[in-house]
Ligand binder design. Structure first.
Ligand code: GLP
Length: 237
């Protein structure tokens, strides 16, 4: 595991973008695992810029996203579909059929597993982390062998994510998420964490030697090519 302490959020976004640009340029068919949330926004801005500057093309890239709120329509501004289209997909030359994200109206989560199986191991998997240690929407009490499933969001996640919604009552109570098993199925994992609110979770992750299902980020200790980029937090390395 490598932890990179970045100067600030801009620096984190640029370093993350360099890592992605390198993959996109040098792998014939890059398979990119993508994430949502506020943290990757700077990375996506840099990737769109690199595309506009003709540094990279997404023509051969395949992407698959981690998760989606259950029940939101694709064009709902709060959905992760909308987020991805708005921040990356509609701004670059990725082929629409190569963009994958769990269907928020999916009754059978296994359909996303089939898609993931067809796509195969990701070249790189992007992750953020929740304040309670969740990765994607794998909340505390997750399993290593888990695959795509419908999960109940915890009170903490609902409260934290309510900042994106009009108020807490609008936050969907359930989500569909890629499981831990598939998150780990990547040649490289890069996790981004920015700001004081993520300080405890990152500190605990660095300290822990155990894999703890109640602290889902700890499953990442099982991966041998993990980079964590942090910014704006007081962590001594
Ligand atoms: C949501 C997403 C996670 C993301 C987390 C952190 O809960 N499901 O995939 O990592 O938010 O988001 P932020 O980057 O806004 O802190």
């Amino acid at each position: 595991m490598e932890i990179i302490k970045c100067l600030d959020y801009d620096d984190l976004s640029k370093i993350a973008a360099c890592i992605f640009i390198d993959k996109i340029k040098n792998i014939e068919k890059p398979i990119l695992g993508l994430a949502t949330g506020s943290t990757p926004l700077g990375l996506y801005k840099n990737l769109v810029k690199a595309y506009k500057d003709k540094v990279i093309s997404f023509k051969n890239a395949i992407t698959c996203n981690l998760d989606e709120y259950l029940g939101l329509d694709e064009d709902d501004e709060m959905s992760y579909h909308y987020y991805m289209k708005e921040n990356l997909i509609d701004k670059v030359d990725i082929l629409k059929d190569n963009f994958h994200i769990p269907d928020s109206h999916l009754e059978n989560p296994k359909i996303y597993d089939e898609i993931l199986d067809k796509i195969g191991r990701r070249s790189i998997q992007l992750l953020g982390v929740g304040e309670n240690g969740h990765i994607a929407f794998n909340e505390p009490n997750s399993f290593l062998s888990s695959r795509t499933s419908i999960v109940k969001l915890t009170e903490n996640t609902i409260e934290v994510n309510s900042r994106f919604f009009e108020n807490e009552t609008f936050v969907p109570r359930k989500a569909i998420t890629m499981g831990i098993k598939d998150i780990l199925n990547a040649d490289e994992i890069i996790l981004l964490a920015n700001g004081k609110k993520k300080e405890n979770v990152i500190r605990d992750f660095i300290k822990t030697e155990n894999i703890d299902p109640n602290f889902p980020i700890s499953f990442l200790k099982l991966h041998d090519n993990l980079k964590i980029l942090i910014s704006d937090m007081d962590i001594e390395l």
